[in-house]
Write a protein that binds this ligand. Structure first.
Ligand code: PLP
Length: 429
């Protein structure tokens, strides 16, 4: 069949809304949120604590702490891990900025490392030579739902006495060798924003088995839980560390990280439906890749089933091999797929962060020098060409549709769009 871009009939003539609709909000969510509004308890913590308990159980960790967004949870996790002035964190360059940027707020610098071509996650072979006496933490991102190779990362981190923060914003519910992502490193931190795999609105959460890290996150951003006497709230001491207790009543991060309880209420209802929804997504996405099996130029970005699962497959990617398609760029390929009626297809990934001026030019503390140099005499900027896989991301990854339901006939039509384009690559404009 002729590709639509060459005048053929498009493979997808109309889009079924429910195939992609997200988040799925039911009457149960609406009732739960409305109840919070009626009671006026948006700024309370009772529902949030219930959500934290359930979320911690779901992930299989001892502690969870809700935040107003994922960025705030990452900042708290970094501080809890001891990241401070003159320190460094190691983070993959190809991720959303919030995996790395909070380090600068703490006066630290980010040393970026590369990703692996197959996993699109941190490349364990590119970590160790970047560790030095100032390295406090390695941030791992389970990119686009694909669990990163945690065994190797943990082994390297343990050997060097460095903490591991899992940015689990893309991989809620994913399994890595039998454990949920976000429960494998020292601490997990993640976004729960409306478009994410586990959506509550604007929200974030940290997850950990380490009581000290949990208490430090409380002390950093949850003054209402530090046990200070308050006219408005009953005493609520979730910190036991005597040093942290000294500051009870004022958050050490000078920020309020509290989650709005409309979000926690939605979190509780979403959590009940999540295993089933995740299952639907997994079936749908695996069907798509089954239909594309053997089609040149495109391979699934997913973890082998004997190692784990992809959770809710947030922002799914295909691994794109232009060399199998006569050098057709991901941009040209996507354009032809878009002409088939598939809106969600474009060169994938995020832009590499090490090339963004924020990380080497911004003077956040107004010292007259870039922040990364203000506390670091020998900070070295990373130049174009240094992290080749991250820098080629828009050529090696293709964003593909995120199916929320295993609708076989519909998904077949989407796969047909990609197949047609791949099979006629030599005729594409
Ligand atoms: C990988 C990653 N980390 C962190 C965040 C930040 O989360 P939030 O937007 O909830 O602050 C996001 C998403 O926005 C993300 O995709």
């Amino acid at each position: 069949m002729k590709p639509a871009i060459l005048g053929g009939a498009p493979a997808v003539s109309s889009e079924k809304e429910e195939l992609f609709h997200w988040p799925i909000v039911t009457q149960e969510d609406i009732d739960a949120v409305t109840e919070v509004l009626r009671a006026g308890t948006m700024s309370g913590t009772t529902i949030t604590k219930e959500f934290e308990r359930r979320f911690a159980d779901f992930l299989g960790v001892r502690h969870a702490l809700g935040f107003c967004n994922g960025t705030a949870s990452l900042l708290a996790a970094m501080w809890a891990c001891g990241v401070g002035m003159g320190d460094e964190i190691i983070c993959p360059s190809m991720t959303y900025w919030a995996s790395a940027a909070p380090a600068l707020t703490l006066g630290a610098a980010v040393v970026f490392c590369d990703i692996h071509r197959e996993t699109l996650c941190i490349d364990p072979d590119d970590i160790e030579h970047r560790i030095n006496g100032r390295t406090r933490a390695i941030v791992v991102v389970h990119y686009a739902g694909r669990p990163a190779p945690m065994d190797r990362v943990m082994e390297i981190a343990r050997r060097h006495g460095v903490r591991v923060i899992e940015d689990n914003s893309h991989a809620h519910g994913a399994l890595y060798r039998g454990a949920r992502t976000g429960a494998v490193g020292d601490i997990g931190a993640m976004s729960l924003m409306a478009g994410k795999g586990f959506p509550v609105g604007e929200g974030g959460i940290i997850t950990t088995n380490d009581r000290t890290l949990y208490e430090r996150c409380v002390a950093f951003a949850h003054y209402e839980r530090t046990g200070a006497p308050s006219r408005f709230n009953p005493p609520d001491a979730q910190i036991t560390d005597p040093e942290l207790k000294t500051f009870a009543g004022i958050p050490l991060g000078a920020m309020k990280g509290r989650m709005n309880q409309t979000c926690s209420a939605m979190g509780l209802t979403q959590l009940k439906a999540f295993p089933r929804r995740m299952q639907d997504i997994q079936e749908g996405m695996n069907l798509f890749w089954e239909f594309l099996d053997g089609v040149p130029g495109l391979r699934p970005h997913r973890i082998p089933p004997d190692q784990g699962t992809m959770g809710a497959w947030y922002y799914p990617q295909g691994l794109y091999h232009a060399e199998e398609l006569g050098g057709t760029t991901a941009e040209d390929f996507s354009r032809a797929v878009n002409a088939e009626g598939v809106r969600w297809c474009f060169p994938g990934g995020n832009s590499p962060l090490h090339l963004h001026p924020y990380f080497f030019q911004s003077d956040i503390f107004r010292t007259g020098k870039p922040t990364v140099q203000a506390f670091h005499r020998d900070f070295r900027r990373q130049n174009p060409g240094e992290l080749p896989v991250s820098e080629s991301i828009h050529e090696i990854a293709l964003a593909v549709p995120w199916f929320k339901r295993p609708d076989r006939p519909e998904i077949r039509r989407y796969a047909e769009a990609f197949t047609k384009v791949a099979e006629h690559f030599h005729r594409l404009p």
